[in-house]
Ligand binder design. Structure first.
Ligand code: PGA
Length: 253
């Protein structure tokens, strides 16, 4: 079975001290060992990138990421951070196209395509987030919508480039405080559609949106799901450690 990627984005949370404490705790817990069959990753906010890299230490089994990066390598782009800068700070993953960025910051299929290309160009893993709104879901358009988002962002990649991409399916209606957890039944069809297109061709097909300690095992049991991308439940280290344990158990089963 494929390695299960289990990670968290902290979104716009945590001070440096909080971020350091979380990362230090994780390092102490893992003690240099990767949980069998599991690839852990953490995506702090930009300010905490180097602090978390320091706390995780060199040769950490935990991959570090950033929540966004610009498609250009450098230049007059006030407020932006480039992929080479992210890499310089220790990042190995670039999260791209989270629905909050699409909704509030004008991220489009075209900008996600450019950012995926930039991440690949510099040897980082693009973590492409896709997901439909409640309205699209109610109209029965979920699978078509997410395939279009993914297809647009990954357009023109070689098989080798595609093999370095991770896709996270995160239905907007299931994300955050206002979201409601998706049921396994609701996710079977979208993952069947994604699996038909991308299974075996990308590094991973993750699920995200209100993942918690009660639903994680069931979500990992859905065909084609090879990991979890988690917000709130993993912001407390104990929650994240428990998710790693659940995933390791699943990987071993
Ligand atoms: P949540 O966030 O787990 O807090 O719903 C998920 C996400 O936005 O990736």
């Amino acid at each position: 079975m494929s390695t299960l990627w289990v990670g968290t984005s902290w979104k716009m949370t945590k001070t440096l001290a909080e971020g350091r404490a979380w990362a230090r705790g994780l390092r102490e817990h893992l003690a240099g060992r990767t949980p069998a069959g599991v690839q852990p990753f953490v995506i702090p906010s930009f300010t905490a990138t180097t602090a978390v890299a320091e706390e995780l230490g060199e040769d950490s089994p935990v991959l570090l990421g950033v929540q966004n990066a610009h498609w250009e390598d450098a230049g007059a782009w006030t407020g932006e951070v480039s992929v080479p800068q992210a890499k310089d700070a220790g990042a190995r993953i670039v999260e791209i196209g989270h629905s909050e960025r699409r909704e509030h910051f004008g991220e489009t299929v075209e900008t996600t395509r450019r950012k995926v290309a930039a991440a690949l160009r510099h040897g980082l893993t693009p973590l492409l987030c896709i997901g439909e709104s409640a309205a699209v879901k109610e109209a029965g358009g979920s699978s078509g919508f997410i395939l279009e988002q993914a297809g647009g962002a990954l357009d023109g990649l070689t098989a080798d480039e595609l093999s370095r991409v991770v896709i996270a399916y995160e239905p907007i209606w299931a994300i955050g405080e206002t979201g409601r957890p998706a049921t396994v039944e609701e996710l079977v069809d979208p993952f069947a559609a994604l699996g038909a297109e991308y299974s075996g061709k990308v590094t991973g097909l993750l699920y995200g949106g209100s993942v918690n300690l009660d639903n994680a095992a069931g979500l990992l049991g859905i065909e084609h799901v090879t990991g979890l991308f988690v917000g709130r439940t993993a912001w407390q280290l104990e929650g994240y450690l428990e998710l790693l344990r659940i995933a390791a158990e699943h990987a071993g089963s």
